[in-house]
Design a protein around this ligand. Sequence first.
Ligand code: 8YV
Length: 330
Amino acid sequence: MSKPRILIARAVFPEVLQRLAQHFEVQANPQDEIWTPQQLLAHLADKDGALTTGSERIDRSLLAACPRLRIVANMAVGYNNFDVDAMTGAGVQGTNTPDVLTETTADFGFALLMATARRVTESEHFLRAGRWSKWSYDMFAGAEVHGTRLGIIGMGRIGQGIARRGAHGFGMEVVYHNRSRLAPALEAECKARYVSKEELLRTADHVVLVLPYTAASHHTIGAAELAQMKPTATLVNIARGGIVDDAALAQALRERRIAAAGLDVFEGEPQVHPGLLEVPNVVLTPHIASATVGTRLAMANLAADNLIAFFGGRGPLTPINAPAARPVAS
Ligand code: 8YV
């Protein structure tokens, strides 16, 4: 029997490619080209499965043009690049990579919070530019982190990881807002107290966004929410572009209506709103919260495992939908 044909839409670790090649007829993208939706469709039209990243959009029109496609394994925990309803309707399985990136991503959320509050990159740019001629008492004086109030919007696994770091490592008072409250035992473990979004924005010294991107979470932080925050507060977004209105944030930072922001994700990335590039009080990183070698390898292997288990008839390990089986196209 011939092997299923899969597309690996972006460059991945060679060892993961080799594993997949043992099970599948693989078309890879070793040059890591960024395909247009039409190019993606052309590559996917004769495939049974795919390994994607957050950059590839799987939508209704693409599914209609790929009759053999039965599974798309995203190498990401977030899957807002998938139209899940369309996939389920078309009988296409979707999978993601939860858990393997939780602690690494929470580490980075905290790193970005620290860098933002303590003005790490801003002061480094100053030093590199040869502008450091003397020490002074208020040079790059930033915001306190330990013992302050940390507000987390989105209290899934990564949000809980950030809460634990804040509460247990930095003695912070943690408040959170989420679609649903955590179980009391989990709240106690994270030392986190549920509050309204309004109370969180009004009282937190540091606000960290870790919620999934959906139509409902679009611009969770816009001009009105930024106006509610303390003028001394910092804002960190490691969730998704689109959760923050970047134009409104650039303006708030320029006018010092909040102290600083740390952003790993952007509306329309890899484009970055020009207003954000102009202000000094923002730390900008290129969507690297899960980027350690070990974690990226674990994510790629989990995506591969999902494909192998699915085509091996064992069902996917980390499904995000439960479609009825698609009739096998000849
Ligand atoms: C990925 C992420 O690196 O897992 C996610 O949801 O945002 C990142 O860890 C990125 O989406 C590439 O797939």
